[in-house]
Ligand binder design. Structure first.
Ligand code: 45D
Length: 163
């Protein structure tokens, strides 16, 4: 296999292609990724929970209380970097905690607490292309892609702007 660029640049390009999709395409693609990865996503072993797990859960628990419409809006807001209170909370998380938060959302979709995908939803061609690129990467590279993808979402925490 010949790399014309370093593998890292390639990974970054996939994350960029991902975030370059239409917002709803991004959500749909992320869902397909979650379904594809299935049990290969292994959250911390029981008992190994950390402060960041609690922070991700704290944010997730607030989202869980919202209506389905609001839950979808919140997810679109994160991708759009809209400046909302929850979006700022998200922005203050570490990259890994952001990924964990998205993972909790996906699990919530599985167990009915978060707005589900419409039935028989098909990926757009452009989203499918990014999906194919992701599938060609090794697991570790995929993790880097997803961290790079979720890291810029949300809004900057602006303590000075609060009352
Ligand atoms: O009606 O190091 C549409 C940890 C429009 C541990 C929609 C990890 C139409 C530490 C938008 C389609 C576990 C964190 C509706 C590593 C319509 C660590 C809605 C790994 C309703 C590496 C669509 C974590 C929606 C990993 C709501 C690998 C879509 C985490 C929502 C991976 C999609 C997480 C969501 C993944 C997708 C999360 C919420 C892949 C989430 C995907």
């Amino acid at each position: 296999m010949t790399y014309t660029q370093s593998p890292n640049q390639e990974i970054n390009q996939v994350a960029q292609a991902f975030s370059g999709l239409e917002v709803d395409d991004q959500l749909a693609l992320f869902w397909f990724v979650y379904k594809e990865m299935g049990s290969s996503i292994t959250p911390a072993a029981p008992g190994a929970s950390t402060a960041s797990d609690a922070i991700a859960e704290g944010l997730f628990n607030q989202v869980k209380e919202l209506s389905h419409e609001e839950q979808l809006q919140l997810q679109r807001d994160l991708i759009n970097k809209a400046d909302t209170q929850l979006s700022r909370q998200y922005g203050s998380l570490s990259d890994t905690t952001k990924l964990l938060f998205w993972y909790l959302l996906a699990q919530g979709m599985d167990n009915g607490t978060i707005i589900p995908m419409p039935e028989n939803y098909e990926l757009s061609n452009s989203a499918q292309e990014v999906f194919d690129q992701i599938k060609q990467k090794e697991f570790e590279q995929q993790m880097t892609i997803f961290r790079d993808y979720v890291a810029p979402m949300g809004a900057e925490a602006k303590p000075g702007a609060e009352i």
